[in-house]
Write a protein that binds this ligand. Structure first.
Ligand SMILES: *Cc1c(COP(=O)(O)O)cnc(C)c1O
Length: 382
């Protein structure tokens, strides 16, 4: 049987082959780490391919090609962090433009707009995007970008990407989806009508808690050209070693995500039945308000679970009592993490519309055996 054409290959196969031909000189099956800042040029003004590594690097390019393929986009661009990717994307806007944010957007995204870019005349509004009527009402004539996150952090709210895209496009705005929590294995926003995807590669895409990186993916040629210009002109680029590690992470994304989902489902089920747990937020649970939309737009429900307990003191006590779940910020790695968002990841949004309940605990369910994780939580809950 003939191998199908490259773009017809399935997700797992593209994760390992897109942009990853064996290297020409020795046939190394891994893309080498091109640890160089510059490239010798055969003649003045005629570089072989790259002239300087801020503008381009083969290891970075391999990662970008693979990620574009997985998201179903024409082009991906990698950045030094998720926030560097977001900041570069927002630099495509102009003073007086407005960005519409969801009411529990990632805290760093909110801080970037509220405390950095507002000084440059970029304005923002905040709305509950799970309500299409509220979204429609919140879009103003100056709104250029509708910023979607789904599932959200840390409440795991689900936003209907196709519905948002329809509303935003009718009003002449582009839709950006922060796809960090779902990853393209579970959800491909460009196929649902979004214009741009942003990632904190730091999380599931890299998957091993060993680097900080970001990315933007789009099929809009004009925007891609502008972003490629800005990637070099602003210069928030990742190093080749991190691009290599992120590319290695992509190869196992599918198997990791399947296991993250399986673990999270088991943990959410355990918590839902526990007498000390007041409320579990997991889109895979049938009572979750976004369950039907999640079932439609995602392949599975992800590896993040959050839950509420009786008091803030109890939340802190539990987060400090687990042994396998490390008490730490971040998510998406092979090791399970626990945190209390209000005083930790979300401290920067205290007093803003993004404030989260102080009794909330967030889990990033890793790849340990689910029964060991449940035993750890059972012990900590007491
Ligand atoms: C972590 C995160 C970011 C920011 O990414 P960095 O790589 O930390 O800069 C953005 N969005 C979401 C949803 C995140 O979890």
């Amino acid at each position: 049987m003939a191998t199908p054409p490259r773009d017809a290959l399935r997700f797992e196969t593209r994760a390992i082959h897109a942009g990853q031909e064996p290297e020409e000189l020795y046939g190394a099956v891994n893309v080498p780490i091109y640890q160089t800042s510059t490239y010798a040029q055969p003649a003045v003004g005629r570089p072989k391919r790259y002239d300087y590594a801020r503008g381009g690097n083969p290891t970075r390019e391999a990662f970008q090609t693979a990620l574009a393929s997985l998201e179903g986009g024409a082009r991906a661009l990698a950045f030094a962090s998720g926030l560097a990717a977001e900041a570069t994307l927002l630099l495509t806007l102009r003073p007086g433009d407005r960005v519409l944010l969801p009411d529990d957007v990632y805290g760093g995204t909110y801080r970037l707009l509220a405390r950095v870019l507002s000084a440059w005349g970029l304005e923002h509004d905040v709305v509950d995007m799970t309500d299409p009527d509220a979204l429609r009402d919140a879009i103003r004539p100056e709104t250029r970008l509708v910023w979607v996150e789904t599932p959200t952090n840390p409440l795991l709210k689900i936003v209907d990407v196709a519905a948002c895209a329809e509303i935003a496009h009718a009003a002449g705005a582009r839709v950006v989806v922060d796809n960090t929590f779902a990853t393209p294995y579970l959800q491909r926003p460009l196929e649902l009508g979004a214009d741009v995807v942003v990632h904190s590669v730091t999380k599931y895409l890299a998957g091993h808690s060993d680097l900080v990186m970001g990315a933007i993916v789009t099929s809009d040629e004009e925007l891609a050209e502008r972003l490629a210009f800005l990637q070099n002109a602003v210069g928030a680029v990742p190093g080749p070693m991190d691009c290599y590690l992120a590319l290695r992470g992509l190869k196992t994304l599918a198997v990791r995500m399947r296991a993250h989902c399986e673990g999270a489902r088991a943990v959410a089920g355990f918590l839902a039945d526990h007498p000390k747990v007041a409320r579990v937020h997991y889109p895979g649970l049938p009572h979750h308000p976004g369950h039907a939309v999640a079932a439609r737009q995602m392949a599975d429900f992800g590896g993040m679970v959050s839950f509420e307990v009786a008091s803030e003191a109890e939340a802190i006590r539990i987060a400090e009592s687990t042994e396998l779940f490390f008490l730490a910020e971040s998510l998406g790695g092979v090791e399970s993490l626990i945190e209390v968002p209000a005083p930790m990841t979300h401290a920067s949004v205290a007093g803003s519309p993004l404030e989260v309940p102080p009794t909330l605990i967030r889990l990033s369910v890793g790849l340990e055996h689910p029964e060991d994780l449940i035993a750890d939580l059972a012990r900590a809950l007491g």
